[in-house]
Structure formats: structure tokens, C-alpha cells
Write a protein that binds this ligand. Sequence first.
Ligand code: UTP
Length: 286
Amino acid sequence: MKITKAIFPAAGFGTRFLPATKAIPKEMLPLVDKPLIQYGVEEARDSGLKEIIIVTGMGKTAIEDHFDTSVELELLLKERGKKELLKIIRKIADKVHFAYTRQSEPLGLGHAIHITKNLVGNESFAVFLSDDIIDSDVPVMKQMLSVFKEKQSPVIAVQKVPKSKTHLYGVIKGKKVGPRTYRVLDLVEKPKSSPPSNLAVIGRYILTPGIFKALERTPRGRGGELQLTDGLRELLKSEEVYAYEFSGTRFDAGDKAGFLQANISYALKRKDMARELRLFLKKLKL
Ligand code: UTP
């Protein structure tokens, strides 16, 4: 089964970034000079996924505008001879197709995924949380797709985190079945004590259509929210689920400190900025 569709749930309120996210979607916050969500879309494209489905909500129209063609802007850049910028602007939505669906209330990540059921149909698909920015030689989704190719079962991205941080993540109980690959035996959302491992779930998933039925069987949690972790636990009852410890450096750009770290790290890789930024950082004498 070949995967072509990538879901981007982007309907959350982004409360950790208020007041910045009052009128600007969190997914549109810039990492150096590109919005966060564009990194995810590029990772999807570089992994061979061409159908991008974005779950939006109130106040998220900037995302649609970003991936749309702006005739006026292109004309202006052309007139002013800004060829490089024109190229960059045109590349944003190159080689991919976008579809949007709306989650009228942010009723949880599981709910956001469930509303894509009719758009996805009876196919396996990928999910990207654009807060998780991963810098890697081989796109993380591409790494995961090779596991899926072999297993034909759901694959969850995981990363080792210090024991002191496991309470911030979904954590798997797994059995190692191959290099970097685990069969998932159980999943615990934000364990307060005794985490089953130090393998934390990161925002990249490959899911089978069975997840929709599993989510329908899953009871809603606090605030009427439908959690993806609960849905995955339900899925475990009927399907094998695998976890893959990807290779790459991940930044939690949904958190203020992680967002700043990502910005510094990506800016230091940029030829046009690295020198000046390095000088500035050195001057800080930390
Ligand atoms: P987060 O837990 O990061 O929530 O959601 P959030 O609203 O984006 O940010 P904070 O915590 O309030 O600062 C993880 C992902 O799931 C999406 C979010 O847009 C984000 O990409 N999501 C979450 C939805 O699409 N719908 C929901 O109901 C909840």
C-alpha cells in the first residue's frame, strides 16, 4: 500500500504562545524566515507525499493564504526584478496539492484526525504535527515510510528523552524488534510516575484507516477532548503498532524555549546569517 496523504492538524489555539497567537496561527510563526508548517510540508514532499490535508479552525486563514498563489505579490517581485524571491515564493507550494478541512471546535488531536476520515478514505496516511521540527539528513517521514513498507502497520516516531522529561510526553512500552524499531505493547500519556520507558512519542505518525474505527470506540477525555494516544491504545487491540526511533535533531517549537533554540540552530546553518549571529552569541559571554 503506497502512502500519498499527509494530514497536518493545525486547529489548536496555541495558548503557550499567547498573545502572539491571538491573531496569528502558531503554525505560521517564523522559523528564521519560513513558517513552522512549511518545514513539515517540505518534509512531506521530500518523503514523496503529495496530498497535503490541513485541519484548520478559527483564525487560521493565513495558512491557506500562505500556500495559495499570490498573483499580486508575484507580479510585484517580477516588476522589481527580484528573481530569487520570486523563485522562493513559487517553490512554497510546488509539487504538492492542498486540501483543507475545518475542525469547528478544538476537541483534541484524535478528533482533528477523525474529521479527515472521508478525505483519507480507505488508505494509510501520515500525520505531521508542525510544532515538531526535525533537522535530519534523511527526512524523518521518509525514514518511517521504509519501516511501514516492511511492516504495513502503523508507525509512531519516538525519541529517547531524559527520565525527568517523560511526564511531558506520550511514552511507549516497547519490545525491540530491529534497529531503531520497536513493537508497541502499550502507550501512556504523560506518565506522572514509573514511565514504561524513556521513548517519547514525537509528532510524526503513519496510521492505517483502522485508526478511524479505533477513535470511534475511544471515550472522550477531559473537556470532551478525543486524544490520539487513547485512540492508538484502542488500535493496539486490533493491530500491531510499531515505533521508530528516528535519526535527527528534534526541536519542540510549540514551546517558547524550544522555538528559540530552533531559530538559533537553523539561523547558524544559514550562510547569510551565521557569521553575524555567531559574533552576537559570543558577545553574550554566557
Ligand atoms: P497542542 O497540544 O500543541 O495544542 O496540539 P495547541 O493548541 O496547538 O497549543 P497549546 O498547547 O495550546 O500551546 C498539538 C497539535 O494538534 C493540533 C494543534 O494544532 C497542534 O498541531 N490540534 C490540537 C488540533 O488540530 N485540534 C485540536 O483539537 C487539538
